[in-house]
Ligand binder design. Sequence first.
Ligand code: SAM
Length: 298
Amino acid sequence: MERWIAETFYGDWQPSMRVEKVLHEVKTEHQHLVIFENKTWGTVLILDGIFQLTTRDEFIYHEMMAHVPLMAMERPKSVLIIGGGDGGILREVLKHPSIRQATLVEIDQEVIDTSVKYFPKVGAKAFKDPRANVVITDGLDFVVTCEERFDAVIVDSSEPVGPSAVLHTKRFFADCQKLLTPGGVFITQNGVPFQHPGHLAKTTQALAGLHKYVSPYVCTQPCYFGGEFALNWASDDAGHLSVDAAALARRAKSRKIETRYWTPGVHKGAFALPQFMQDVVDKAVAKGRKKPTTKKRA
Ligand code: SAM
């Protein structure tokens, strides 16, 4: 009997994939995890009914979440990754020769262990890199007590449900902001705005209340069905946003970083949002920047 696994994130439509073989299925302490094989998508990781990664197209958002902030910097040295237990972002971050340490904070050891076992090409090598520092704890707690500072904080969490929900709050963003070095960049994933514009709006409004520059960007992530995949960028230094394509090309060349999706042109173009998304962002930034009105004494 054929088995299909559907993504249960959307209420009234469900993308699904035929299961050639289940490689691992477990209810971990934090979430329901399935790793299975599909003819088109390769090896697939699904957490709590939401597609997280396929070996066919993982390079896309891993490159766009890591290289957009890091190529915009002269010499990025330290990065904090929250979530990202599959190791894909870690792999891309460590491609930058100037990186001294990449700290990855993952709530669920099982995600790391099964990712290394069942799709080793994604992060297995990165987890063994001496510059990788893996911490197993809730990202929300980690950022409260962390004393270190980072040139980039990259939040590769799942959708704002389950254990990831806390990673999409203003309180969490404010704690992350404290961890940035001067000019540091905060990146987080904002889902598919064509399906859920509220996710982009809520994050943008919260970040606009904290940072001088908030600038979402997009990539085409085939396994995140329903439209372009949005990432959000927040910083207090405009410099990184204005790096031109020629400088980006020079940096990619001098760092000898091979990519399959990111290019200097894609980097610059990713910040040009479709009008419906730009409208969501403009409204959210205006709301986020508005000073809270102090109630006049009666
Ligand atoms: N790129 C995917 C996406 O955009 O949906 C996310 C991939 S990655 C597998 C998501 C990771 O976030 C998972 O490994 C999950 O265990 C981790 N995670 C969820 N909540 C977390 C939390 N509060 N602290 C740290 N890691 C968390």
